[in-house]
Design a protein around this ligand. Sequence first.
Ligand code: FE2
Ligand code: FE2
Length: 296
Amino acid sequence: MTAPHHRLEQRKVRFDFSATPLHWVPDEPEVSHVMNTLHILLPAGEFWFCRVYNKAVPLITDPLLLDDVRGFIKQEAQHARAHDSALEPYLYRHGIDPSKFLRGVRWLFDKVLCDHPLGDNALSRRLQRWWLVQRVGLIAAVEHFTCVLGDWVITTDKLDHANPVMLDLMRWHGAEEVEHRCVAHDLHVHLGGSIVMRWFYMVVATLALTYLFHAGSRLMMRQDPAIKRVRGFLPLWRELGRRGVLPRMGAIGRAVGRYFLPGYHPRTESDTSLALAYLASSPAAQRAAEEARTGI
Ligand SMILES: [Fe+2]
Ligand SMILES: [Fe+2]
């Protein structure tokens, strides 16, 4: 549980990508594509988070956690919408067609990870609570990554020269990931998730995210004439991490290691005040706050 309780709010941000160059991190096509994977992975992934969490809501007996989960759902839905809004005016406009990857992730989240992946039958209905807790465990592991990456994107100065609109999307999202970093872990524990499950789903999440970022960024790099040779994903990340334009692999590895500690809790992974400081200065969040205040 976050203490003192910090109420999560949905910020109805909007972004105009009509002038955003394909290489929104200047002279860094590979960095741009690795981060662009978020636009093609997260709309399906984060709406799946929302569906799973809506199933969990009736099982929550702690009113503060219930408030956190409701705020989390609203924030994740807005993240999915914001990344989805980059597809047409940004990726397709620049000639990048990610439809094959989009079909794959939709199959993953809508079929494999749905309520009844093997069909709606008596056994599947009996296993519903168990299956829900498994998926909540997987989301908790993914949220550890989103917090660590979010902390990096709001604190690094290596992206300060990037396209301000795309950078604001990444940093607004990263800041909200830091802001709600405790919710998924707290929900998993509240529903009876064990430490062994936590370890298991961290292994699953690490492998799955590595594969998805590899496949998504590779698909887009292959369509970019500026990239003559698509390099292997892990050596590429290592090199970009060394230069500071992506998080260092060692830092990610250490973060994964912390998740296996018996006393792990996401509250010590970052600092809510860092997130709130960025959100107070984010152009998109400021516009959203102004629109909410004036009712426009
Ligand atoms: Fe998110
Ligand atoms: Fe999140």
